[in-house]
Design a protein around this ligand. Structure first.
Ligand SMILES: C[S@@+](CC[C@H](N)C(=O)[O-])C[C@H]1O[C@@H](n2cnc3c(N)ncnc32)[C@H](O)[C@@H]1O
Length: 261
């Protein structure tokens, strides 16, 4: 059996060009401050070779045994969340609904950065994460299949890197619009000349199979900055747009959209 046969049939096959970009981005992420990975370039080369020859499963084992997986997840939980709370904080005010807040590390960072816990509500699909919501200092509600979001009132909605995961993003935005919040703050990793749909999908799958075990399939719903602005423009006026290329742990830029309604 060749190394290629070892890969599960559903696993996306990365091209050499895609792996070149991912290797470069891993080196860059690990060289930035706050990341404890010895020999970033050598480790990125090893991970690239494993991904190419063995696929996600064996790569996940090596990342786990070497401590890189734990360090990457720590950076997501601590550094990415603090970065987002600092960046988004000035655009957000309570009462706030964190829409599909994942493990709520961003919500918790917002509290550390001054948002009152009474001003925050979260929602997430209850099957999606293992986080014990009862331990959080703010209420979290289940999001049912019909996407009915918990009733407000809310001044702001936060949708942080959720929209590109939705097979029917318009259904989620329509549900968000029902809540009558005057502002939406949206963060997306967008398509551009250096980050095409294949790259975003591959990295989404890498995160879900090598850094955590999220089993919902990833969907090709990434859009360009223009594409998101056009879509969000149906729901309000996009009053601010900012790009950050230095989000801790992330191998692509994030774009922030403020939508006033
Ligand atoms: C990257 S998490 C973002 C969580 C949180 N808003 C944050 O910024 O930390 C993506 C969200 O999309 C949802 N989702 C749906 N399909 C997904 C998939 N295939 N992979 C990852 N997340 C997915 C998750 O439930 C989660 O709420």
């Amino acid at each position: 059996m060749t190394a290629i046969d070892i890969q599960e049939s559903s696993e996306p096959r990365p091209s050499e060009k895609l792996l070149d970009v991912f290797e470069e981005r891993m080196t860059d992420i690990w060289r930035r401050g706050g990341f404890d990975v010895p020999d970033p370039a050598g480790t990125a080369r090893l991970v690239r070779l494993l991904l190419d020859r063995e696929g996600f499963g064996p790569t996940a084992t090596v990342l786990s045994d070497s401590g890189v997986r734990a360090e990457w997840n720590r950076v997501f939980a601590e550094e990415r969340s603090d970065f987002l709370a600092r960046w988004l904080g000035e655009h957000l005010h309570g009462p706030l609904l964190d829409v599909l807040g994942g493990d709520f590390t961003v919500g918790r960072a917002l509290l550390r950065h001054g948002l009152a816990s009474q001003a925050l509500t979260g929602c997430e699909r209850s099957y999606a994460y293992e986080t014990d919501w009862s331990q959080l200092p703010f209420p979290v509600h289940d999001v049912p299949p019909d996407l009915a979001l918990p009733a407000g009132p809310y001044a702001c909605l936060l949708m942080s890197t959720v929209l590109h995961h939705e097979p029917d993003v318009v259904a989620l935005l329509d549900a968000a619009a029902e809540l009558d919040a005057e502002r939406w703050v949206v963060v997306e990793n967008c398509l551009d000349a250096d980050n095409d749909e294949d790259f975003h999908l591959y990295v989404d799958e890498f995160f879900n199979r090598c850094l955590n075990t999220f089993e919902v399939p990833c969907v090709p719903q990434h859009r360009t900055v223009d594409g998101w602005r056009d879509l969000l423009g149906h729901y309000g006026t996009v009053t601010a747009e900012q790009v950050r290329r230095d989000v801790p742990g992330m191998p692509f830029p994030y774009t922030l959209f403020v939508v006033d309604r």
